[in-house]
Design a protein around this ligand. Sequence first.
Ligand code: ZN
Ligand code: ZN
Length: 404
Amino acid sequence: MDSILLLIMDGLGDRPDVRIDGKTVLQYAKTKNLDSFAKKGMNGIMDPIAPGIIPGSDTAHLSLLGYDPYKVYTGRGPFEAAGIGIKLKEGDVAFRCNFGTVNEKLVVKDRRAGRIKKGTKELAKMLDGIRIDDVKIIFEEAVEHRAALVLRGKNLSSNITDIDPHNDNMRINESRPLSKNAERTANILNKFVKESYKILNEHPINKERKKKKLPPANIILPRGAGIFPRMRSMDEKYKLKSACVAGISLVKGVSRLAGMDIINVKGATGGVDTDIDAKIKAVIKALEKYDFVLVNIKAPDLFGHDGDVFGKIKMAEKIDKALGPLKDVDCLKIFTADHSTPVTIRNHSGDPVPVTITGKNVRVDDVKNFDEISCAKGALCRIQGKDLMNIALDLTNRSEKFGA
Ligand code: ZN
Ligand code: ZN
């Protein structure tokens, strides 16, 4: 059976822009390779979650992998925590965190502790493994001031408000329960944050920072609580041995929670400088070993958020060039995006994205270009993200009959 490649160009979908004669980025960009895949394939457009729903990258990736984001997604925390490598258990409540700077009145002076570069590993160690009441604290640092916190214990809830005030010069928030059963979790989180101040403020690393007039990383500011649900792995769900090639930790997190192997590629940064050629090379190698490979290229989304139409065009062309070697790879290939990030609104939108599927079993239509308008005329018509895996399983003869 053929392997399946799902190539996600993050935020690539767009809207018409007067700066490029009312065309979309994809209509304007010269994308020879993507066009040739469209010519050889079946094309359509896709609502990553549902028509008009604006997806996040996390909820969109979940949906494309066949998970119902409305069921499995309660907050970003678990996906961040899994992204930096924390192994979650069902019922864990996880948070994204910053190391921040507060004064003795717990007023936030710098939400990012001066974007601290060094020492967070040692500071994190002081918090990892401590207990608050009967709850175990798992705490790990990420890049710069970022970190993740996991509360592990019985009957926890993610239905609580953030500690992080999201602005400087405000006192930290008390976390409040949003439902009766969340009172205990909010209390534990509040206790943890006060404990973090006690432990971190006196730490030699912070004393040293104060001496050097640097903002001390003397408190943890959690936000984005989410509870880790029972999530069947890709192997359990589809009998697919699966891997992910991605630079950004959020996509790694989604993939890890879906039980996929993570393939780290040198130079795959998740930024605009990412080494796409190296990623594609890694993908081609992975396709020999895995039934399913997901690759995310983050850069188009970043240009979308910047409103940089010509930067996004250039990036689309750069990605297109890097896709050349895939022509010689024999497998089912899906080219698409996780959502649109129109340069005109500098944010995600609910517009559908183009999809091209190539492979020996696909019905080839007469679409000739990979863009939002051309693909809409293709044989795949308009699908939803949750349909994608089923279509891929069917086209690789993996589906089972429903009925007699
Ligand atoms: Zn995205
Ligand atoms: Zn985005």
